[in-house]
Write a protein that binds this ligand. Structure first.
Ligand code: HEM
Length: 499
């Protein structure tokens, strides 16, 4: 049989199956949240476009803050208001705390052994506890303070040298490289110059964020129409080889450590040695899967946020001036910023909060999945529905943030008790509830440090002929949403301290 005939036959069969399964709800008087009319096979996949968070916001304006769309055969709830976010992430959090099984994340998770895409259950609970207590706690973050300070010093020195020729510098590339080095040293104890490895980590973040038709129309899985599976397999090979080598090196060096943990791999290896009696049995695959999570989560989120903050400061010179004045008052021009200063930099903090409001790194959070049928406020949400929380739309809703919601205005946070912890559902850049980001503290520390140090040590000007209004703020969609184009600027050293 011709392959297109087979395809059309299977497509028809799927549509019938879907119609049959939804008629089950309708016949029982169950009402799904409203939503647009979908195409027979694709459902609403074609409406997502290049920037799904924008397109879903447009649809929500018409269909409301809880909306049903169908991605292939998967019923999907799109949440676009703080009230509904609270119902899903707090009141009924336990029902929505799972993650969907995605084809590409399966290829990189050594059989579902990672944390980010682990289904809700005892494995996820144990691994999350381990990451929160053993890798990402405040005391563990503190252990890497001097490493961060050393890397920041090198970063400033490099930019200072480059600034002598008054040339345009690729700020995005410099910030990304700094955060990569910091993350590598924290996880592996050393920096690594293997470009292919770093490229693969970035690729993993892009691929896991893509809407992959194979996840929504499983009959298409063998065809891998978008080539995402092939790309992920190639990445997983490079990552696996590198991680095997680095774990071997750590095992060899372990005897010289005498129980002193240096980096994440050392911590995981010592837990692997001692944990066989506990409920969680760790092996090398667990370590590799979790390290890939940590690398992707730490590198991409912190650099994306830092770049957006610097871009907003360049676009708003008055805000930049206020940030620099605060730094001058608190740190002074005779020295660089230290971590202990961060707590006193309250204006910088609201600038970062405002940036995360209009440029949340993960605008649709990470997809959640329901584990039971549930009816909320009269709407039926079937088991195994995909849940998309449009935190980008919530952050720009004028009914929540007033008519200047689209404006970059850090002062809006001054005098409020809002923070980044996800207690106020109008502001959830790190998510909320059980699946909330466990790396919040580390991420915020890294972003504050990088931005504070850069704008304290340098005045930044846009390349000649470019005005703040010309600076483009285009986005590139993935699991994280970075700038589409690198941020370029001309730095001038501004401290009195010489080195
Ligand atoms: C500015 C920095 C960061 C931002 C804005 C951010 C944001 C987020 C968001 C929105 C989620 C999804 C929450 C949900 O699905 O409900 C998340 C999950 C996660 N983040 Fe972060 N993150 C940041 C930094 C980090 C860092 C530094 C790490 C670790 C090294 C990290 C590790 C994770 C992990 C492991 C998850 C998945 C948790 C789970 O599924 O249980 N993040 N993050």
């Amino acid at each position: 049989m011709e392959s297109w005939v087979l395809f059309a036959f299977l497509a028809g069969l799927y549509s019938l199956f879907y119609l049959f399964s939804t008629s089950r709800y309708k016949n029982n008087g169950l009402q799904l949240p409203p939503g647009p009319f979908g195409l027979p096979l694709l459902g609403h996949l074609h409406l997502l476009g290049e920037l799904p968070h924008h397109n879903l916001q447009r649809l929500a304006k018409k269909y409301g803050p809880i909306m049903t769309i169908r991605l292939g055969v998967i019923p999907t709830m799109v949440i676009s208001s703080p009230e509904w976010a609270e119902l899903f992430l707090k009141t009924h959090d336990i029902i929505f705390a799972s993650r969907p099984k995605l084809q590409v994340s399966d290829l990189i998770s050594y059989g579902q052994k990672n944390l980010i895409f682990a289904q809700y259950g005892s494995y996820w609970r144990n691994i999350r506890k381990l990451c929160t207590l053993e890798l990402l706690s405040n005391s563990k973050i503190e252990l890497f303070k001097s490493m961060r300070s050393e890397e920041l010093f090198n970063f400033v020195q490099q930019i200072k040298n480059a600034s002598k020729s008054r040339s345009v510098i690729d700020i995005s590339a410099k910030v990304e490289s700094l955060l990569e080095d910091m993350t590598f040293r924290m996880i592996f104890g050393c920096k690594d110059d293997r470009i292919d490895f770093k490229t693969c980590i970035k690729e993993v973040v892009i691929l896991t964020g893509a809407f992959n038709v194979s996840d929504y129309l499983p009959i298409l899985k063998p065809f891998d129409l978008q080539g995402l599976g092939r790309r992920m397999k190639a990445c997983s090979k490079v990552l696996d080889e590198f991680l095997e080598t680095i774990i071997d090196e750590h095992v060899r060096d372990a005897k010289d450590l005498h129980g002193q943990h240096r980096d994440f791999i050392d911590v995981m290896l010592s837990l692997m040695e001692s944990n066989n009696t506990r409920e969680l049995h760790l092996d090398r695959d667990n370590i590799k899967a979790i390290m890939i999570d940590m690398l992707g989560a730490a590198m991409e989120t912190s650099s994306t946020t830092s770049e957006w903050v610097i871009a907003e400061l360049l676009k708003h010179p008055k805000v930049m001036k206020l940030v620099q004045e605060e730094l001058e008052n608190i740190v002074g021009l005779d020295r660089m910023v230290e971590e202990a200063d961060l707590i006193k930099l309250s204006y910088l903090k609201v600038v970062i909060m405002e940036t995360l409001r209009i440029h949340p790194v993960a605008p649709l959070l990470i997809p959640h999945e329901s584990t039971e049928d549930i009816t909320i406020n009269g709407y039926f949400i079937p088991k195994k529905s995909r849940v998309i929380i449009n935190s980008w739309a919530i952050g720009r809703d004028p009914t929540v943030w007033s008519s200047n919601a689209e404006e970059f205005y850090p002062e809006r946070f001054i005098g409020t008790d809002m923070d980044v912890q996800g207690r106020d559902f109008q502001y959830i850049p790190f998510g909320s509830g059980r699946r909330k980001c466990p790396g919040l503290q580390l991420g915020m520390t890294a972003v504050q440090l990088v931005v504070a140090q850069l704008v304290h040590c340098f005045n930044l000007e846009l390349p000649e002929g470019m005005s703040p209004d010309d600076l483009d703020m285009n986005e590139k969609f993935g699991l994280t949403v970075p700038r589409a184009n690198h941020l370029m600027a001309v730095p001038t050293y501004r401290l009195r301290m010489n080195f």
